[in-house]
Design a protein around this ligand. Structure first.
Ligand code: DHB
Ligand code: MG
Length: 219
């Protein structure tokens, strides 16, 4: 196979079909998001399943998500924390939060999910800490602020997952002027240098293009 975008997408779809399968509530959440005119920038199905496995493998019960969008990843996280678990998810746009609320409730995990509406820089200082896992998937320009809050609201052993660290390979550009690339590079440098984190990152290709995720442990 030639490593074309079409081949990545086909292979990713095959993996999702084989390992994730169909899921009515998640597919309905994506349909609601599309119908509301929101961007289709939620995590890929295989990445949603990765979030689920990271939550369950780490035994996380209190999860913080920064960037709710339509609630697709929120549903994955809320299912994974189990009946006694709790997800706090922060969303800047009230319209997005309303769509997410309906989809999360329809998925049957509404009682586990608290949506905090507001800019994350304003909401994060109001949260009580002790989160076991933090998923950062919001405006890339503020990634270092979110990483700082993840460390402050976490504890030794908290897992931090940062989406979109590949950005179609643009992360290698030290002369980047795209603020999303600059924010991503700043976040990666912080994960490498800040003694509060031990981190790695994996590039991904698939239905969401060429991108990646970083995974860090708060030490
Ligand atoms: C963008 C944001 C995301 O969280 C994502 O997964 C893909 C793209 C963006 O803002 O471009
Ligand atoms: Mg993302």
């Amino acid at each position: 196979m030639e490593p074309t975008r079409a081949a990545w997408v086909a292979a990713d779809a095959y993996l999702a079909d084989t390992l994730v399968g169909h899921d009515g509530a998640l597919e309905a959440a994506l349909e609601a998001q599309r119908a509301a005119g929101m961007p289709e920038i939620e995590v890929a199905p295989v990445a949603g399943k990765l979030l689920d496995l990271l939550v369950r493998a780490s035994g996380a019960r209190r999860v913080l998500e920064i960037g709710t969008l339509g609630g697709y990843s929120t549903i994955w996280l809320a299912r994974a924390v189990g009946e006694d678990g709790h997800v706090v998810t922060v969303e800047a746009e009230a319209g997005n939060a309303a769509v997410a609320r309906a989809s999360i409730d329809a998925a049957g995990v509404g009682e586990r999910v608290e949506i905090r509406i507001g800019r994350a820089v304003d909401v994060l200082p109001t949260l009580v800490g002790g989160f076991d896992l933090v998923f950062i998937d919001a405006d890339k320009e503020s990634n270092t602020i979110y990483l700082d809050w993840a460390a402050r609201l976490g504890r030794s052993g908290t897992l931090v997952v940062l989406d979109n660290i590949g950005r179609e390979g643009e992360i290698v550009r030290d002369d980047a002027d795209d603020p999303k690339v600059v924010g991503t590079r700043d976040a990666l440098r912080m994960l490498g240098e800040d003694p509060r984190f031990d981190a790695t990152a994996l590039q991904t290709v698939g239905v969401k293009g060429w991108d990646g995720i970083a995974i860090a442990l708060v030490v």
